[in-house]
Design a protein around this ligand. Structure first.
Ligand SMILES: N[C@@H](CCC(=O)N[C@@H](CS)C(=O)NCC(=O)O)C(=O)O
Length: 211
């Protein structure tokens, strides 16, 4: 398998966590968003949307992290990220969807650049980012369980989405002080190897690694 990604792309980070939790080996192919490598013709031929992540498996290409994660879950079910219980599985998907649909797209680089083009100030943009991340995390704080990862001892799809979103919150200087349950999950992830090897700091295209 090959994963085209960028070290601090939260949707690439989701896929790296899932691959690590499932114990799947893959080749990581960095696509530098700052150098606009995702808009190169060669990359656009593979993913017409020009975004990461992109997964290659058995010579097939899959775009969009939710589609990639679903594919991995079906193809490599031995370590499952979704519960067998219908209600718990729906809860796990609800947290994932909240992040994928209602938080992350609002602070994606293309959206922020569009706000800049429309004349928004950096201060306004920071307030915009803070609003969507803080409101989303406040809801998640109430949706997740009282012990273990989001929904019990084993990490699930909800954690696969939550941990990268917390990394983004940190990058944008958003405090997690009001979210003790979320901070508990963050602590558990920090202690688990699969999450550590998927972290942006551990990627070969992280600036500290490239220098
Ligand atoms: N819904 C997509 C979002 C992908 C996405 O927005 N990726 C960002 C990085 S996290 C990207 O490639 N941005 C480049 C751009 O917007 O030009 C997914 O989950 O895969």
């Amino acid at each position: 398998m090959k994963l085209y990604g960028y070290y601090r792309s939260t949707s690439s980070y989701r896929v790296r966590i899932a691959l690590a939790l499932k114990g799947l080996a893959y080749e990581y192919v960095p696509v530098n968003l700052l150098r606009a490598e995702h808009k190169d013709t060669a990359f656009l031929e593979m993913n017409p949307q020009g975004r990461v992540p992109l997964l290659e498996d058995h010579v097939q290409l899959i775009a969009q992290s939710p589609a990639i994660l679903e594919y991995l879950e079906v193809q490599y079910p031995e370590i499952a990220l979704l519960s067998n219980d219908d209600f718990t599985r729906a809860e796990q998907r609800a947290v994932a969807s909240l992040i994928a649909c209602d938080i992350h797209p609002l602070h994606n680089v293309a959206v922020l650049n569009q706000l800049r083009e429309l004349g928004q100030t950096e201060e306004g943009i920071n307030r915009w980012i803070g609003k969507w991340i803080s409101e989303g995390l406040a809801a998640i704080e109430q949706m997740i369980g009282d012990e273990g990862f989001c929904f019990g001892p084993p990490p699930s799809l909800a954690d696969v989405y939550l941990i990268p979103q917390l990394y983004a919150a940190g990058r944008f200087g958003i405090s997690l002080d009001a979210f003790p349950k979320i901070r508990r999950v963050q602590g558990l992830a920090e202690a688990m190897k699969a999450f550590r090897i998927a972290h942006p700091d551990a990627q070969p295209d992280h600036p500290a690694a490239v220098l």
